[in-house]
Design a protein around this ligand. Structure first.
Ligand code: KIV
Ligand code: ZN
Length: 436
């Protein structure tokens, strides 16, 4: 039978540990912060890092220490203050970068140096002006140097998904031998498709030596809107670390959104049976903190954390939600930390939602009053987007004042007159407002 309920549930006795554990690598403070409009001060990075710790991410990439003194300082400050997660710092495959990262990460309880170099011919020839052999040597040297600072070294092959497979496998093979413990294969420009990235991870894991001794990682950009789909397919093809950001921020169209990846694995655990350490109830607060620190809002229809993710205006939807939330919601808002489902009153709303909102505001309306209030509300909503609680309360008062006015027809007569005035509608249809 097709699933109809909420699929996400806490594992029962005996079910713990039966699923593969994913490492959640959060790069909000590095790839995310790199994007125009998203830069953060040291203090702001610190606040965000504490919230990411609350959220339960495994690794916080706190910055790119060679990029600026302030970024090196931010990495140091996060490493000093945030003790549970591993703190990572980015470094090109260059001595100066690795020394700077190693230094900034010194105060960390657990540190990771994340070193990267592009492996695609396009990047090597046009950007780095480097031969493949020189790239291979730089990668090996960087990993060996990073291992002098920490046992936890991640190597990223930038533009991996557009690299020559033969050469990429040589590089990955060599850096594993040199001591890399995590191999990240980014879809740097968001060019891949889900089927392609699945085959890509499967092939590399089959071809390189000692693949079982390292963790493969996926880092997808969203240029074609496929970052989350690509990340999930990479997991199905054996990656066990997912790199992502809060609200999906990051270079250009952004990175895979942490909240979308995580909630997909929760809601569809029947297809993606992975465990993580994420406390999903902290997702919304984390998203909101990032918005307040960067001043960059989340689009209203953004999955999980957007203003409309749990809001319903259409009459049929509101009616369904009032009867059983599962009709139009696949997860509970409180599971991601959103306070409650919102029934927005607007021109698409129906009588049920109007009556329920009035009740919540302390006014239980008769059937006649619901009709009157509803009609006035729709007339107002035709002129403006939404109806506030204050406006609704004013309408209720107006209707009650009209009812109490001397010379009004008795309620039953007025109701009949009202129904007769709209012969085209059946009583059933009235409940749905304009919306379907
Ligand atoms: O997108 C990318 O390739 C990166 C690397 C530095 C990991 O962000
Ligand atoms: Zn990136």
């Amino acid at each position: 039978m097709a699933p109809v309920g909420y699929n996400w549930r806490i594992p029962g006795p005996g079910e713990e540990g039966t699923m593969d554990r994913l490492t959640v690598f959060d790069t909000t403070l590095r790839d995310g912060e790199q994007a125009p409009g998203f830069s953060l001060t040291i203090d702001e990075k610190l606040r965000m890092a504490r919230q990411l710790d609350e959220l339960g991410v495994d690794i916080i990439e706190a910055g790119f220490p060679i990029a600026s003194d302030a970024d090196a300082e931010a990495v140091r400050a996060v490493a000093k203050a945030v003790r549970r997660p591993v703190i990572a710092g980015l470094a090109r495959c260059a001595r100066i970068d690795i020394e700077r990262a190693g230094d900034a990460l010194k105060p960390a309880a657990r540190s990771r140096i994340h070193t990267f170099i592009a492996t695609s011919d396009l990047h090597l020839e046009r950007k780095l002006r480097m031969t493949r052999e020189a790239c291979l040597d730089a990668a090996i040297d960087a990993v060996k140097l990073a291992r002098r600072y920490t046992d936890d070294v991640q190597f990223s092959a930038e533009d991996a998904t557009r690299s020559d497979m033969e050469f990429l496998c040589r590089v990955v093979d060599a850096v594993i031998k040199a001591g890399a413990t995590t191999i990240n294969l980014p879809d740097t420009v968001g060019y891949s498709t889900p089927d392609e990235i699945g085959a890509f991870f499967t092939e590399i894991r089959m071809r390189v030596g000692r693949a079982d001794r390292v963790i493969f990682s996926t880092h997808c950009h969203d240029d074609l809107g496929l970052a989350v789909a690509n990340s999930l397919t990479a997991l199905q093809a054996g990656a066990r670390q997912v790199e992502c950001t809060i609200n999906g921020i990051g270079e250009r169209a952004g990175n895979a959104s942490l909240e979308e990846v995580i909630m997909t694995t929760r809601v569809r655990r029947d297809r993606l049976p992975y465990e993580t350490g994420i406390r999903t109830e902290a997702l919304y607060a984390t998203s909101q903190l990032l918005v307040s620190l960067t001043g960059e809002p989340v689009q209203a229809n953004k999955a999980i954390v957007g203003r409309n993710a749990f809001a319903h205006e259409a009459g049929i939807h509101q009616d369904g939600i009032l009867k059983d939330r599962r009709t139009y919601e696949i997860m509970r808002p409180e599971e991601v930390g959103v306070p409650q489902t919102t029934l927005v009153l607007g021109k698409h709303s129906g009588r049920h939602a109007v009556a329920r909102r009035c009740e919540e505001l302390g006014s239980t309306l008769s059937r006649f009053e619901v009709d009157r209030v509803y009609r006035k509300m729709i007339a107002l909503a035709d002129r403006q987007k939404h109806i506030s609680d204050a406006e609704l309360a004013a309408i209720v008062e107006e209707v009650r004042a009209e009812e109490a006015a001397p010379g009004r027809a008795p309620q039953a007569v007025a109701t009949a007159a009202f129904l007769a005035a709209e012969p085209a509608h059946t009583p059933g249809e009235r409940g749905y407002g304009h919306g379907v």
